[in-house]
Design a protein around this ligand. Sequence first.
Ligand code: SAJ
Length: 412
Amino acid sequence: MKFNKICVVGLGYIGLPTATVFADQGIAVHGVDVNERAVKEINSGNPHITEPELDVILRRVISAGKFKASTKPEKADAFILAVPTPFKDGFIPDISYIEKAARSIAPVLERGNLVVLESTSPVGTTERLSEILAEERPDLNFPHTNIGIPDVHVAHCPERVLPGKILYEVVHNARIIGGITAECANAALNLYQLISKAECHITNARTAELCKLSENSFRDVNIAYANELSYICDSLKIDVWELIRLANLHPRVNILRPGPGVGGHCIAVDPWFIVAADPANAKLIKSAREINNRKPHYIVEKVKHAAEKLKSPRIACLGLSYKADIDDFRESPALEIVEAIVHQKLGEIKIVEPHIKELPKALQGSDATLTSLHNAIRDSDIVVLLVDHKAFLKFDREMLKEKIIIDTRGVW
Ligand code: SAJ
């Protein structure tokens, strides 16, 4: 199969880097996003997301004429869908963005095309994608019917990249490619071999879907174990950081780090897709989600407890993003904690977040102010470290003397 042109639908954290990496290999890439402003910015070489090196590659592929974005899909040899898969009330997966993306590409599909779903998806979504395409294009044969030779191949190749390291990982991480049929998997393998320097493993679509969900649930369960230990250590008056450091000296033990909770658009979301699909068996996975979700409330209670001892408490909250050194606030436990501290009026709040120039909407209009690390610590009684940004590691520790410290990341 020859891929002269590909169309990437969804130019977010996954779609945009993926599109630019393909374009950088000399393939003509047409990017699609519903957000007109993002499309404009992207076409002028300014990514609307922050990811190291992305701006450099984007500008290179735009000036080479290999990449163009618009709000409408165009004919191509392959289509990659990289749209969000959030959950609805009751932790039920919401695949409506995939459905919309599928219907948007259907009119331009041609015999011989390949459609790849990269979005993290509940089991069965790739087959559903094939069904939707078939509904829209009764003139073409699709693989889910298992009748005759499909005109269009459909596969799932879940993204596995770590925000902050996307451009390296998109090329160097092993990939799992699941086809609705073996031919579909092989077609997608040909596509990803154009950019991947790692092993690409083929399987069926359902296995690839559950594989991705299992990877993120694995991490969630392991973080839940660390967070559970932090609750236990608090109640038994043991330093959890020392405990974990010592336990990890065992050659087969590697306990992760407790924190203020688990954030991001992946690990805090994907395990629910397994729970929704098989609640009777997904007991540990569900319990891990609950343990991790409890953590932000637990930290707020700690801050409240400390504040109650002071007459007019001044509280410095360090960090708002969901993890260190990125500007991504999605599902951020740090943001959840600060919002609760502000709304419960636990004191005079100073916030430090080096990645923003103004407070997020949820905190605007409150008395909380955004300030520098130095000023926040100097003018506070309680210092709550929520994100282990590099910027929070280098300062004069003398400043913490006499302060009540709540270090949720164990870095001080
Ligand atoms: N966290 C802890 N303790 C730890 C490690 C992480 O509390 O020991 C917290 C982080 O602070 C953060 C959250 O967990 O709030 C998730 O951060 P992360 O760095 O573990 O993962 P993500 O969400 O940025 O990216 C994950 C990755 N999955 C795995 O590592 C299994 C990435 O490879 C996936 O591509 C991504 O999810 C995704 O898009 O699914």
